[in-house]
Design a protein around this ligand. Structure first.
Ligand code: FES
Length: 147
């Protein structure tokens, strides 16, 4: 089943809180209401593109977390280009959608690991394992990710 966290679960940047412990904030965001979203299968049977948000929902330099098939995925707007990676930091699970975003880099709000949102690659410790990356396409104002 597919769910999307509503606007109340929007993950704003935590500018100035690099490395801060924001676990309490994350808990509040993640237990907010979860709404089902319309599934719009496109493509073959191995994978499909699913609408997860509108381009208007994620301004440049911001991120939003969506939940698709039980996976928490962070969608980033980097200068008008949208990118999707796992929302859960590979160190000990920090919520990357709440991290500080600088260009294509996001800093985990818990301990400061840095990731490239366009590839999922680790750019700085303490995380060492890359994140899964998802293909993204924009159809009109719909942001769709391949899952
Ligand atoms: S949980 Fe992300 S750096 Fe520790």
């Amino acid at each position: 089943m597919i769910f999307m966290i509503p606007s109340a679960g929007f993950c704003a940047n935590s500018k100035g809180k690099r490395g801060a412990d924001l676990r309490g904030l994350w808990t509040e965001a993640s237990i907010d209401k979860v709404l089902p979203i319309t599934r719009s299968p496109i493509g073959d049977t191995m994978s499909e593109f699913v609408r997860v948000a509108s381009t208007e929902d994620i301004p440049a330099g911001q991120a939003r977390m969506v939940e698709v098939n039980g996976k928490e995925i962070a969608i980033f707007n980097v200068g008008g280009s949208f990118h999707a990676i796992d929302n859960t930091c590979t160190h000990v699970g920090g919520p990357l959608c709440e991290g500080e975003i600088e260009g294509p880099e996001v800093t985990c709000p818990w301990h400061g690991a840095v990731f490239d949102v366009t590839s999922g690659d680790v750019l700085g410790p303490p995380a060492f394992e890359r994140l899964s990356r998802y293909n993204v396409r924009v159809e009109g104002s719909d942001i769709e990710i391949e899952v």
